[in-house]
Design a protein around this ligand. Sequence first.
Ligand code: PEP
Ligand code: MN
Length: 444
Amino acid sequence: MTANDIDTWRSLPAAQQPEWPDSEALRDVLADLASYPPLVFAGECDQLRGRLASVARGEAFLLQGGDCAETFIGNTADAIRNKLKTLLQMAVVLTYAASVPVVKVGRMAGQYSKPRSQPVETRDGVTLPTYRGDAVNDLAFTPEARIPDPERLKRMYHSSSATLNLVRAFTTGGYADLRQVHAWNQDFVALSPSGERYERLASEIDGALRFMHACGVDPEEFRTVEFFASHEALILDYESALTRVDSRTGDLYDVSGHMVWIGERTRQLDGAHVEFASRIRNPIGVKLGPTTSPEDALALIDKVDPNREPGRLTFIIRMGAGKVRDALPALVEKVTASGAQVAWVCDPMHGNTFEASSGHKTRRFDDVLDEVKGFFEVHRALGTHPGGIHVELTGDDVTECVGGGDEIFVDDLHQRYETACDPRLNRSQSLDLAFLVAEMYRGH
Ligand code: PEP
Ligand code: MN
């Protein structure tokens, strides 16, 4: 393999790509990116593929979460720590209450570009190009802000690098030590119903740790946490510039993140994104919406996972609470019958978005929960494994989704509505979800 072998997607239609106004400027940026060091090591991608193989075999559960859209300005130490803390708390709840190993993957350190349903946005009679993520243009509603600027791709690389650096420091440097299980539950969340429930669980874990310590057991595994980074591989110029030949194996890896996924809007079988994904050795996710036919799913497997390798392909189901029970069984049945061993993961966010009377794009916590329930019911009925959840969340106390134990009402949405794209679960809603999913898992 040479790095040029990644370019086969260039002759195919690529949906959702920015229209960069200056192709020379883009070329210069891509040349710079191609000279930068990798953000992740190919061996780590292999490790994650191994973990996801356990998920596909029914021996582990995937927790994948983070912002819908990361932003450069939102990329602060506090925001990163709070997101990580939320994922660690959720993982502890799932590991302890459902007794299952949890594979932890952030929608972090690269989630800077967005596919959009509409190419333009109109406000008060003014129409401008739509916001496509900080990797492309700016959220501000002015003509200048919305012009795609390739220099932003470099900022995406550097922001991803800084995030990953801090996450690695936290997860290996003592912050994620299981003996910190109480410390993650400070500030506003501690007073919410889910925070109180978490506190009780943390005390049980504490007791178990003290017992083990007294017995002379103090395993190294409790001191650090294995954490991976993922994002949607949307802007193929960026992903290609960060695709490298692994010196150990000669294979191609997209070293912009450990796992990348293809979105519902770019999973065309003869399209550029699927072709790109088929060429790299990273674990690949594909989002599947309610109109996916079993034939589509099987064709995706043939293209992306021709060797039927557990861990290689994760199907991320996002059908909506009202559709998952009808649309998912045929997919799971036919894929299972084909002999493929994919990981099945539920994204209960993207099929449940609606516009509230206040004008905010939102999601109901109950719909999110109901989609996960439907997902579990389908797998229980078929004897297959509900392999994980993929959620949009933040560690902050935002008001973007309605409902939850510390209930947010439509009238509250304006208070802290901060997302650059889709509405996210806040920290206490995320914890609520983890407890409820752990109960479902235990009963499945
Ligand atoms: C997303 O994950 O933010 C997204 C756009 O999802 P989907 O491709 O499933 O619509
Ligand atoms: Mn989203």
